[in-house]
Design a protein around this ligand. Structure first.
Ligand code: KVW
Length: 735
C-alpha cells in the first residue's frame, strides 16, 4: 500500500553522499545506534558507525532496485550455493557506492583513518575456496551488469575455521565471525518459513478422486532469512544475498513444553539449530553425512519456497515460471531443488507430472566444478529415504521415466542404462546427484574449456551422446573490482591514469595497456608500484611473523587450499632443490627468492596437513641457516582467507599454478595473480590454458605433461605394474 500523502517534506539525509553528510551519519550512528562517544568508541565501534552510515545509503538504492524489479516483473537469476566466500564488505561497498574520497575525508575530520577501520572487519568466510569465492564474485558482477539476481545460501554460525600454526602443524580454531555485531545483514523474521524432514508418505484421494501423496509426521524447522545488500559498481543497483539460518519451529517445541518436558524442548531446539551451525570444511570431498544432507535440503527448500512466493506475487500461472526465473545450481550441493520444485508442483499445486517436469527442466541450469571422483555426491538410499521419504519417491519416478526414454533412444543397451541411471546399484544403493542435475537442467556447464571438454568425453560422455545440446562451457572469472581496484590501489591508479577507468566495468579495456608495455616511464612506474606493494607485504610479514624478508627478492607464491593434486609437495621439492643449489655453489646462485605459501587443509585430510608441516620444517631450516642470509626465505602465512589474499596478490611476481594436468577444473587464483601483474609458471590445466592463449605463450612459463600424456603415462604405469605382477606370479608358479 502506498504511503498516505503527508505535507511534511522529508529529505532523506542519507542520500547525502558528501563528506559532511557521511560524517554526520557516522556521528549519529555512533551516538544513537551504538550509544558511544569519541572517548568510549572502540575501533570496532567506529567501523560499525561508518558501515551503518554506508548501509543506509545502500538501503535506499536497494529498495528502489527491488521495487523496479517487481514493477517491471523482471526475470530473475537465482544463484543457489552452499558457499559464499565474501570476505570483508566495507571497502567493497565504499568503492561500489563511489564515495571513497568522501568517506576518507569525513573520517579525517574526526581524526580517524579509513584503512584502520577497514581492518577491523572480520571476513565472512562462508566458503572453502574457489567455488565459494566464485559465487561471491558472480554476485558483484551481476549487480554491476544490472542483472536482477538473488543469491541463496546458508548463514553458518561458524564459517571456515581459523588456522593457527603451532610447531609447524595446522590447528583449527572456531570462526566466531558473528561474535561482534555484523552490520551488513538484516534479519527478516517475517519471511521465515518451515522446512520439513523425516516423517513418511501417505496415499490419499483428493476431492475429485485423484490419487495423491502427502508427506506427513515430519519434523519441522524454521528457516529464518538474513539479507545482505549487494551493490553494483556505481550504478545505483543493489541486489540481495539471502542466507538462511535454522531456528527451532515453535509448534514443534510447544508440544514438549505443554507436556512439561522442558529438557526435551530445549534439546530439540538445540538440535534443530544445528543445521546452520557450521560450514563443512572439506574442499572437494563429499563425506555423505546426514547433517550435510539436511543442510543441503534446508536452504534449497527455503529458496524454492521463496522463489515461488515471489513468482506468485507477480504472476498467476506457474507454467510461466521458466520465463520469469532461472535457477543456477552451484555444483550438485543444491541439486535437491529440482526434486523439491517437483514436489511443490505435483503434491502442493496439483499439476500433472508432465506439466511439472516441463517447468522444472526449463528452469534449472547446473555448473559442474570437478571431475574428481571423491567430490561427486552420492547419497545412500537408506539415508535419503529416512530424511526425505517423499523426495526419494520423486527421484525414482524421474529415473523411471528418464531411463524409459534413453532405452527408446539406445535400444538394447542395458549397460548404458545402468551407467546413466540416477541410482547406482550396490549395497546400499546410492543416488547420483550429478545425474539428477543433468536430467533436470536445460544447461550443463564446466568451468574452463578443458574441463568442459573433459566432461563431454569422460564423466558425462553418455549424457553428452544423448543430449549434446545441453552441454556448454562458462570459463570462470573474477571481479576486477575486488581483485584489482580494491586490493591493489596503486596499480589501479597507474592503470586508470594511463588508459582511463573503463576497465573497472569492462576488463577488455586492459588490452589498451599493450601500447605502453615498452614505454620506459610506464615500465618504471609499474616497477615502483610492484616494489611498494612488496614492501607493504614485507612489512606485514615482519609485523605478524617477526620474519624479515628482502623486498628485492623475487616473490614466488603458491596460495590456495592444500591438496595433493595442486602439488604443494612439488613446489616444496623445488624449494629444497633451490636451497641445495645455493649451498653447493653460492657463487653461481643467482635469483634471490622469497617463497610465500598459504592455505588451509581440511581437518581430516592427513596428507595435506603433513604437507603444511613439511613446508614449515623446510622454512625452519632455510630461514635459520646463517649462510643463506636474505637470498632465500620461506614464508608460510597463517590463516589464508579473502582479506589475506588481497594483501598477497598485489605483491606477487611469480604465480605457481602447477596442478597435474586434467585435475584443476579451472582455478581462479591464477586469474587474480595475472590481474595483479604476476607472471605464471604452470601446467596446461584448467583456465591456465586459456590464460596462456590470451597473454601469449611467450608471456607464460608452461611445463609438464598435458592431460592426454598424464592419462597415457598412468595407463603405462598400470600396464607395467600388471605385467610385473604377472611375471612374479608366473615365476612363483614355475618354481
Ligand atoms: C565441495 C568443492 C567445496 C565443497 C571446486 S571443485 C569442487 C569444489 C566441493 C568445494 N570446489 C573448485 O571450484 C572452483 C570454481 O569453479 C574451480 O576453480 C576449482 O578448479 C575447483 O577445484
Amino acid at each position: 500500500m502506498p504511503d498516505k500523502k503527508v505535507d511534511l517534506q522529508w529529505t532523506p539525509i542519507h542520500k547525502d553522499m558528501t563528506k559532511d553528510g557521511i560524517r554526520l551519519s557516522f556521528q549519529v550512528n555512533r551516538e544513537y545506534t551504538l550509544a558511544k562517544d569519541q572517548y568510549t568508541a572502540t575501533a570496532y565501534d567506529n567501523f560499525l558507525a561508518l558501515s551503518i552510515a554506508l548501509r543506509d545509503r545502500l538501503v535506499e538504492r536497494w529498495i528502489v532496485t527491488q521495487q523496479e524489479y517487481h514493477r517491471k516483473n523482471k526475470k530473475r537469476v537465482y544463484y543457489l550455493s552452499m558457499e559464499f566466500l565474501i570476505g570483508r564488505l566495507l571497502g567493497n561497498n565504499i568503492i561500489n557506492l563511489g564515495c571513497e574520497k568522501e568517506s576518507k575525508d569525513a573520517l579525517d575530520d574526526l581524526g580517524l583513518e579509513l584503512d584502520e577501520l577497514r581492518e577491523q572487519e572480520v571476513d565472512a568466510g562462508l566458503g572453502n575456496g574457489g567455488l565459494g569465492r566464485l559465487a561471491a564474485c558472480f554476485l558483484d558482477s551481476m549487480a554491476t551488469l544490472g542483472i536482477p539476481a538473488h543469491g541463496y545460501g546458508i548463514r553458518y554460525d561458524y564459517g571456515i575455521f581459523n588456522q593457527k600454526i603451532q610447531n609447524g602443524y595446522q590447528l583449527e580454531k572456531p570462526d566466531e565471525w558473528l561474535k561482534l555485531k555484523n552490520p551488513w545483514e538484516f534479519a527478516r523474521p517475517e519471511y521465515a518459513l518451515a522446512v520439513h524432514f523425516y516423517g513418511r508418505t501417505q496415499n490419499y484421494q483428493d476431492r475429485n478422486g485423484k490419487p495423491c501423496i502427502a508427506w506427513v509426521d515430519t519434523q519441522n524447522i524454521l528457516a529464518m532469512p538474513y539479507d545482505i545488500p549487494i551493490p553494483g559498481y556505481c550504478n545505483d543497483i543493489v541486489n540481495t544475498l539471502r542466507l538462511w539460518s535454522a531456528r527451532s519451529s515453535e509448534e514443534f517445541d510447544f508440544e514438549y513444553f505443554n507436556d512439561g518436558d522442558y529438557e526435551k524442548a530445549v534439546y530439540q531446539k538445540m538440535f534443530s539449530e544445528n543445521i546452520s551451525k557450521v560450514l563443512y570444511p572439506n574442499d572437494g570431498v563429499s563425506q555423505g553425512r546426514e547433517l550435510r544432507l539436511k543442510q543441503e535440503y534446508f536452504f534449497t527448500a527455503a529458496a524454492i519456497a521463496d522463489i515461488i512466493r515471489r513468482f506468485k506475487a507477480e504472476n498467476t500461472n506457474l507454467t510461466d515460471l521458466p520465463k520469469k526465473a532461472v535457477i543456477q545450481l552451484n555444483d550438485t550441493h543444491p541439486a535437491l531443488a529440482i526434486v523439491e520444485l517437483m514436489r511443490i508442483l505435483v503434491d502442493m499445486e496439483q499439476l500433472e507430472w508432465e506439466a511439472a517436469w516441463n517447468i522444472v527442466t526449463k528452469t534449472f541450469a547446473y555448473t559442474n566444478h570437478t571431475l574428481m571422483p571423491e567430490a561427486l555426491e552420492c547419497w545412500t538410499v537408506p539415508l535419503f529415504e529416512k530424511v526425505l521419504p517423499r523426495h526419494l519417491q520423486i527421484v525414482y519416478e524421474i529415473n523411471f521415466r528418464f531411463l524409459k526414454e534413453v532405452a527408446n533412444y539406445f535400444p538394447g543397451d542395458n549397460e548404458r542404462l545402468s551407467r546413466m541411471s540416477l541410482i547406482e546399484e550396490g549395497n546400499p544403493k546410492r543416488i547420483r546427484m550429478a545425474h539428477l542435475c543433468i536430467v533436470g537442467s536445460f544447461s550443463i556447464n564446466g568451468v574452463s574449456v578443458l574441463h568442459s571438454n573433459l566432461l563431454k568425453i569422460n564423466l558425462f560422455k553418455d549424457f553428452y551422446e544423448y543430449e549434446p545440446g545441453k552441454f556448454n562451457n562458462k570459463t570462470n572469472g573474477i571481479t576486477q573490482r575486488r581483485w584489482l581496484l580494491k586490493a591493489n590501489t596503486r596499480l589501479s591508479k597507474l592503470v586508470s591514469d594511463t588508459i582511463g577507468n573503463e576497465w573497472i566495468k569492462n576488463l577488455d579495456y586492459l588490452e589498451k595497456l599493450t601500447a605502453y608495455a615498452k614505454k620506459s616511464d610506464f615500465v618504471k612506474q609499474w616497477q615502483d608500484v610492484k616494489m611498494q606493494n612488496k614492501m607493504f607485504l614485507a612489512n606485514y610479514i615482519e609485523k605478524t611473523m617477526q620474519i624479515v624478508v628482502n623486498p628485492e627478492s623475487l616473490f614466488d607464491v603458491q596460495i590456495k587450499r592444500i591438496h595433493e593434486y595442486k602439488r604443494q609437495l612439488l613446489f616444496s621439492l623445488f624449494i629444497i632443490a633451490e636451497y641445495l643449489k645455493l649451498k653447493h655453489d653460492p657463487q653461481k646462485f643467482q635469483i634471490q627468492r622469497t617463497f610465500i605459501l598459504a592455505g588451509k587443509a581440511a581437518p581430516g585430510y592427513f596428507i595435506a596437513k603433513l604437507i603444511i608441516k613439511f613446508i614449515n620444517s623446510i622454512a625452519d631450516v632455510i630461514n635459520h641457516d646463517k649462510g643463506v642470509k636474505d637470498r632465500l626465505k620461506v614464508i608460510f602465512m597463517e590463516n589464508y582467507r579473502v582479506s589475506l589474499a588481497e594483501k598477497i596478490f598485489p605483491a606477487s611476481e611469480l604465480s605457481e599454478q602447477i596442478s597435474t594436468a586434467g585435475t584443476e577444473a579451472s582455478g581462479t587464483g591464477n586469474m587474480k595473480f595475472m590481474l595483479n601483474g604476476a607472471l605464471t609458471i604452470g601446467t596446461l590445466d584448467g583456465a591456465n590454458i586459456e590464460i596462456a592463449e590470451a597473454v601469449g605463450n611467450e608471456n607464460m612459463f608452461i611445463f609438464g605433461l598435458r592431460t592426454e600424456e598424464v592419462e597415457a603415462k598412468k595407463n603405462r604405469d598400470i600396464l607395467r605394474k600388471n605385467t610385473s605382477i604377472i611375471i612374479q606370479s608366473y615365476a612363483k608358479f614355475s618354481i
